[in-house]
Design a protein around this ligand. Structure first.
Ligand SMILES: *Cc1c(COP(=O)(O)O)cnc(C)c1O
Length: 413
């Protein structure tokens, strides 16, 4: 299904006209298609049906409670990277028993909270972390279920900031160290090693490196079983890329899953994946209003009311987001689309052919459902945007626009 499309000259999500939302809620405003999110999750679930599997949605892509609730209802597990994300999952009604905890820097407090909640497992990233996990678990009279996050040393071929599986990256335990670390961990009473995991990067369009990682990880699992470690799960992380450019096609979830099954099914391992972007990315847009047009320095600018604090991906990753007028129009202009923030990096498009929209008109920045709101900030003391969920022909605000009061909450003079 397509989350957003033009009907009768107006951009819609299902039955809902986006301009109606922009007028009622104001801008900037994120809009998510709940139906599109559910359908992506179901694509993953269907692709792994008939073999033991767990799909853990990566909360950091979009942690809105309504999005988490929707996915929990569809049967998703969750991949978290902080105590705050665990809090969100539980608040949204997600199951702790289907939640995995990733990240290189878990604190004792976060570990204790996750143990108390009874999470599925910790993706453990170092020998030092194993010791802390064991100590905290013993103190609480529990055993910490552990999967070792391994660095399989493959090149994900993506933006360097979101490539995570090469030898020199901070993530995971080096493949050559895993067996030694497992042997040393035999003495740790508070942990139980049950699986292996990896995550080689994000926005991966050619999934061949993920299959190569899977192959290396299956071999590792077999070697560890040979040493009498009860390895039951193989977690391949997230990373499937989505369409950011017009005409690009979306993630090939079914094809990826079929290829992966071919590598894993014979091993008897339960497969786990942690998709984030490929579930919510294309299901969200950021709506913004044109404030001004101006010509300066021989260039044309469209200045909009959203900024890098709302969507930092262009500034951070040189990311591309298509710019769609909410009222379809054929006339175009070559312009930079920029926000009000005092940084030259505050742009959404540079020297691009865009719809020739003037002050008061709305545009949508496409494919903004992942790493959009979740990476937003209050920089320049800008209240964060509202979030809206469209489901079954109806829309509702699922996070109110922040106020000036919320900007200073917690501050003291
Ligand atoms: C970020 C991350 C994910 C999700 O990645 P996507 O590219 O959004 O699918 C999954 N697992 C881990 C460990 C991550 O850090």
């Amino acid at each position: 299904m397509r989350a957003f499309e033009y009907r009768g000259g107006a951009l819609h999500s299902g039955e809902v006209k986006l301009e109606e939302i922009a007028r009622a809620v104001g801008t900037p405003c994120y809009v998510y298609s709940g139906d599109a999110i559910r359908s992506r999750f179901e694509e993953y679930a269907g692709a792994f049906a008939g073999m033991p599997h767990l799909i853990c949605y990566a909360v950091k892509a979009n942690g809105n409670l309504a999005v988490l609730r929707l996915l929990a209802g569809a049967g998703a597990g969750f991949d978290i990277v902080s105590g705050g994300e665990l809090f969100r999952v539980l608040r949204a009604g997600g199951e702790a028993g289907k939640t995995v905890f990733s990240g290189v820097g878990k604190t004792e407090k976060e570990i204790a909270e996750a143990l108390e909640a009874g999470i599925h497992s910790f993706n453990c990233e170092s020998a030092g972390e194993l010791e802390v996990l064991s100590a905290v678990a013993e103190r609480l009279g529990k055993k910490a279920p552990v999967a070792l996050r391994v660095n399989p040393d493959v090149d994900a071929v993506t933006h360097p900031y979101i490539s995570t599986g090469m030898r020199e990256h901070k993530f995971g335990i080096a493949m050559s160290d895993v067996e030694g670390i497992c042997e040393e961990a035999r003495g740790l009473k508070g942990i139980e090693i049950r699986g292996v995991s990896c995550h080689i990067g994000s926005q991966i369009l050619d999934f061949a490196p993920m299959l190569e990682a899977a192959e290396r990880m299956v071999e590792l699992a077999v070697r560890l079983r040979g040493r009498r470690f009860a390895i039951g799960t193989l977690d391949l992380g997230g990373g499937l890329g989505i369409a950011y450019h017009a005409g690009q096609s979306g993630p090939r979830i079914g094809e990826f899953a079929r290829a992966l099954r071919g590598k894993i099914e014979g091993s008897g391992l339960e497969v786990m994946v942690e998709p984030g972007r490929s579930i919510v990315g294309e299901a969200g847009v950021l709506l913004t209003r044109v404030l001004y047009r101006k010509r300066s320095g021989g260039k044309e600018f469209a200045i909009v009311d959203a900024a890098m604090n709302d969507l930092i991906r262009p500034a951070l990753y040189q990311a591309h987001h298509e710019i769609l007028a909410l009222g379809e129009r054929k006339d175009t202009a070559r312009a930079d689309v920029v926000g009000p923030v005092c940084e030259t990096g505050d742009f959404f498009a540079r020297n691009r052919e865009i719809p020739d929209v003037g002050p008061g008109e709305y545009v949508a920045l496409a494919s903004a459902g992942a790493y959009g709101f979740s990476q937003s900030s209050n920089y320049n003391s800008r209240p964060r945007a509202a979030e809206v969920l469209v489901e079954g022909g109806k829309w509702r605000v699922v996070r109110e626009r922040e106020t000036y009061e919320s900007l200073v909450a917690g501050e003291r003079v």
